[in-house]
Design a protein around this ligand. Structure first.
Ligand code: F0G
Length: 460
């Protein structure tokens, strides 16, 4: 796809689809977003950024333009994605479907910093997007491409968040949406979103990887537009979290970015953003982007450790962090490239470590869904290993809102989250964080006694 910008940027943008394997350039993607020659994934590239200084975007002008747009009331400027449209494929503003996504907070996490052994720690909370996850930043771009292309139907396979986001953006633009999710493995919060936003929701008797296999066949047969993260327009939108983060940090890159890994689209997108921002001299150096997976869903960790990222080792995935219960990640090659380009690492964390870290993030008054908590759990390990040093600046990327999976949280506090699992014998380390609801007689005395007891406990 090649098109001219309609925005008031200081340069004309041209973008191409290019295969990450054989570098063939395409005008238009196939239905499955794979290279017609070698079947690898596609990425969006901006050829002008490599040519001469004359056509390059000017970093100082871009920063000023983006800052100025924060006071604008135009829909595209109010979106935390489209505000950075000079680093996205060009769009006519009338084609943009936006829920004012992005604009997410960067929180200081003092309790988590102490626990991890760092003087300071920050979390960029992508769960504060309109549908409660980072998916919205990519969905606004890819859904807009679908509408511009005249598609009536969009579709995805999902562990829940992609489907919630896709269904919302489709509903906003009068497109129909088809959702394939693994039966019994998607949290109720996410499932109920897809239903309310009007998606045709199919619970398949398989896992996420099985849903993906089925959908890849469906899109070959039917004129539906695929909105999984193999769609490179999704990743372009997801890049903007990194751009917004750098703006929040005054364009001073941190030392480390820690991100959860599932299908590996998000880590690929964030890494691409940092690489492009350095190319455009918006930042002077790259942060190390490290990817954390659940030990029960660790294909990238195994791939890096066992063959240095040459060949994907798929696994049969199992974790209570259902968002990242993925054994055959589509974007693994892109993620390996990011690890290699930024000097980041991979780590895996156990079910107990995830549960504990999630409660610790909650105790800082922030909260997140289980998949996001792998970041803190992984960081603790990276500090112990010396990969993250005490004086270094670290940003955790929290990907989903606490309320996405309330069942996990309730089970955690009631003490039965890991009952009947292999982790059952380790649960004693979770007790200090557990706060089960207390059932009392409806009397003042009962409440006062409980308050006193809790206060004594706090002082002890
Ligand atoms: N965190 C959350 C909350 C997610 O929903 C996902 C992925 C990830 C992390 C991992 O991101 O796949 O880009 O590496 N959820 C997808 C879905 C797969 O269908 O909602 P990734």
């Amino acid at each position: 796809m090649t098109n001219q910008t309609s925005s008031k940027s200081n340069s004309v943008q041209v973008s191409h689809l290019r295969c990450i394997g054989c570098s063939t350039v395409f005008e238009k993607a196939q239905q499955n977003f794979r290279c017609a020659s070698c079947n690898d994934l596609l990425e969006i590239v901006y050829p002008d950024w490599n040519t001469s200084d004359a056509t390059r975007l000017d970093a100082a002008k871009l920063r000023a333009l983006w800052r100025q747009r924060r006071t604008s009331g135009l829909p595209a400027d109010e979106s935390g994605v489209w505000r950075f449209r000079e680093l996205l494929p060009s769009f006519d503003e009338k084609d943009v479907i936006s829920l004012r996504e992005g604009n997410t907070p960067l929180y200081e996490m003092p309790g988590c910093a102490r626990i991890a052994g760092l003087p300071q720690l920050y979390a960029k909370h992508q769960g504060m997007n309109p549908t409660g996850s980072f998916k919205d930043t990519g969905m606004t771009v890819a859904a807009s491409v679908a509408r511009r292309g005249g598609f009536r139907w969009v579709a995805c396979a999902s562990t829940g968040n992609t489907s919630a986001s896709m269904a919302a953006y489709a509903a906003r633009s009068e497109m129909r949406s088809l959702v394939l999710i693994p039966e019994g493995k998607v949290s109720w919060g996410k499932l109920s979103q897809a239903l309310d936003y009007g998606a045709v929701t199919c619970q398949l008797k398989t896992d996420f990887d099985g849903c993906m296999r089925v959908l890849n066949e469906v899109v070959q047969r039917m004129p539906v537009y695929l909105l999984n993260s193999v769609n490179p327009y999704r990743l372009e939108g997801q890049k903007t979290a990194a751009i917004e983060l750098m703006e929040q940090l005054g364009w001073q890159p941190p030392d480390h970015i820690i991100v959860p890994g599932g299908n590996l689209g998000n880590s690929s997108a964030l890494g691409k953003a940092f690489i492009e921002m350095r190319q455009l001299e918006l930042i002077s150096r790259l942060p190390k982007v490290s990817i954390i997976q659940a030990a029960g869903a660790n294909p990238l960790v195994r791939t890096m450790r066992e063959n240095g990222g040459k060949e994907l080792i798929s696994v049969q995935a199992e974790t209570a962090a259902s968002a990242i219960r993925i054994g055959n990640p589509a974007s693994w090659k892109k993620a390996v490239r990011v690890l290699q380009a930024t000097g980041g690492t991979v780590e895996e964390v156990s079910e107990v470590e995830i549960a504990l870290a999630k409660a610790e993030i909650g105790a800082d008054g922030i909260g997140c869904e289980p998949a996001s908590a792998v970041t803190l759990a992984g960081l603790k390990k990276l500090v112990k290993q010396g990969f993250v040093k005490p004086g270094e600046r670290v940003i955790l990327i929290l990907t989903g809102h606490l309320l996405k999976d309330p069942e996990f949280t309730l089970k955690f506090h009631r003490g039965d989250l890991l009952t009947g699992t292999a982790s059952e014998k380790e649960v004693s380390i979770l007790r200090p964080q557990q706060r089960a609801p207390i059932v009392l007689d409806a009397t003042v005395d009962a409440v006062v006694q409980t308050l006193k007891k809790a206060d004594d406990k706090l002082e002890a």
